[in-house]
Write a protein that binds this ligand. Structure first.
Ligand SMILES: C[S@@+](CC[C@H](N)C(=O)[O-])C[C@H]1O[C@@H](n2cnc3c(N)ncnc32)[C@H](O)[C@@H]1O
Length: 218
């Protein structure tokens, strides 16, 4: 397994991606992005998009939500702000440059936290999940969508081979689901409630965690 990516690799990679990101990653990741946003819309209310990037998901929300986006990359956020300035997305409240490992939001600020194609490439995925868990309200959800490691067979071999070669592009194709599951098992009030492969081809997986409400004292 390749080690987790480091911050400078991510920042350099996404500064390069920013001008071409929508053209290349818009259509390829559309179904995954839509599926995650549909789960968030079903909850409604305050949504935090971690690693919002250029704001490609803004189209997938509506007035049932109030979206805040954060991202490390200033060039990616510049594109997101241009989309906000178009006036087409009144449900997007703000986008902020912020590291998902250390968010400045108060505990229990959001009804739902969404991270689309992000968790596999952050420096410390477990710490980011714990931050997402902290800022989501009791009863709220963390919704992830990603390509996850195939573990066996030809697909897994291809992912291992490409992992070394795509690292400087800020991509990581061999991240195992077991790591997400282990985080939930070791985290108080975090429950894995869904793991669903998405059509077509099951290339992307949607993973949902719920923060269980704290029981009332007797
Ligand atoms: C593959 S892009 C996905 C962007 C968007 N979610 C989408 O679906 O198009 C990954 C994004 O995560 C951001 N990112 C990586 N590490 C981060 C961190 N620690 N905190 C916030 N954003 C981060 C990158 O800057 C990049 O914009």
């Amino acid at each position: 397994m390749t080690p987790d990516l480091d911050r400078s690799t991510i920042e350099t990679a996404y500064a390069r991606w920013a001008p071409i990101y929508d053209v290349i990653c818009g259509p390829v990741m559309l179904k995954g992005r839509r599926a995650a946003a549909a789960e968030a819309r079903a909850i409604g209310g305050k949504v935090l998009e971690v690693g919002v990037g250029t704001g490609l998901s803004f189209d997938d929300y509506d007035a049932s939500t109030e979206v805040t986006g954060i991202d490390l990359s200033a060039p990616m956020l510049e594109k997101a702000r241009a989309k906000m300035d178009s006036g087409r997305y009144p449900w997007v409240k703000q986008v902020l440059q912020m590291d998902a490992h250390r968010m400045s939001f108060a505990d229990a600020s959001f009804d739902c936290v969404v991270a689309q194609f992000v968790i596999t490439l952050v420096e410390n995925p477990e710490l980011v999940l714990s931050e997402c868990h902290r800022v989501v309200k009791p009863g709220g959800r963390i919704i992830l969508v990603n390509h996850l490691y195939s573990e066996v067979g030809v697909a897994a071999a291809v992912e291992r081979w490409t992992a070394q070669r795509t690292r400087n592009l800020g991509l990581r194709p061999e991240f195992p689901f077991a790591r997400l599951q282990a985080w939930a098992q070791s985290t108080k009030e975090a429950v894995l409630i869904e793991r669903r492969k998405l059509r077509p081809f099951g290339l992307y997986t949607l993973v949902c965690f719920e923060k269980t409400p704290t029981p009332l004292a007797a």
